[in-house]
Design a protein around this ligand. Structure first.
Ligand SMILES: [Zn+2]
Length: 226
């Protein structure tokens, strides 16, 4: 059962020519209710029922914003559908004839929703984000890759260069394939930790960060192909 977080609500209101926009900022947990029409919402930023916009609560992470469960294994089509619905409803075009505050808010919310979707739709960025939410370390705090990796990458790069120099396409393709497999396996080990991110210790989180760092080496090697 999900604990309900008792929220402290702070209501901000302001008056425009012919409308009164109610802004509610709170650390409210799902399910959410629109203060305007009482309809249940799946996101804290827009009511699909009455098209009221709300600023992003400080406590809202990307998952909350997009109305999907906070976990690594997301249903991709559910995520995409939720994103499209929310993005449509906060789109600035919808608020073209409204007050400047509303238009500004719509623009900001659209940017936030897009950013959240870019992160959550990508397995690597999603794992990275879950790690950050769990307390890190961040990529800036832990720059190391697993110790044995650097040697391996150096050897791989040398082999790639040699294969390239003698124009051995078969060898190149075989190595590219091996690299992709290696990358996929690394992501699999990252996913294992990401699924239990809230219950792993700091040491495990640190090795997850190192594994995430190592993906960049593989990506760089794979990008060198051209
Ligand atoms: Zn509403």
């Amino acid at each position: 059962m999900r604990p309900r977080v008792a929220s402290r609500r702070r209501r901000l209101t302001w008056q425009t020519q012919d409308e009164r926009i109610e802004i509610m900022s709170s650390a409210q947990s799902l399910p959410l209710k629109c203060t305007g029409c009482q309809a249940e919402q799946n996101t804290p930023i827009v009511c699909i029922g009455c098209h009221t916009l709300y600023p992003v609560p400080q406590s809202a992470d990307h998952f909350t914003l997009l109305g999907v469960p906070r976990k690594y294994d997301l249903d991709e089509s559910e995520l995409a559908a939720s994103f499209r619905s929310i993005a449509r409803n906060v789109h600035p075009d919808r608020f073209a004839d409204q007050s400047e505050q509303m238009r500004t808010l719509a623009t900001r919310l659209s940017a936030e929703v897009n950013r959240a979707y870019q992160v959550l739709r990508d397995p690597v960025l999603r794992a990275d984000y879950l790690l950050e939410l769990a307390g890190g370390p961040s990529a800036a705090e832990e720059r190391e890759a697993p110790g044995e990796l650097l040697m391996e990458v150096m050897e791989l790069r040398e082999e790639l260069e040699q294969a390239r120099a003698r124009g051995d396409r078969t060898a190149l393709e075989r190595m590219q394939q091996a690299l992709r497999t290696r990358r996929r396996r690394t992501l699999e080990t990252i996913a294992v930790v990401a699924r239990e991110i809230d219950s792993v210790d700091e040491r495990t989180r640190r090795s997850m960060r190192r594994a995430l760092n190592s993906l960049k080496y593989f990506d760089n090697l794979l990008a060198e192909r051209a």
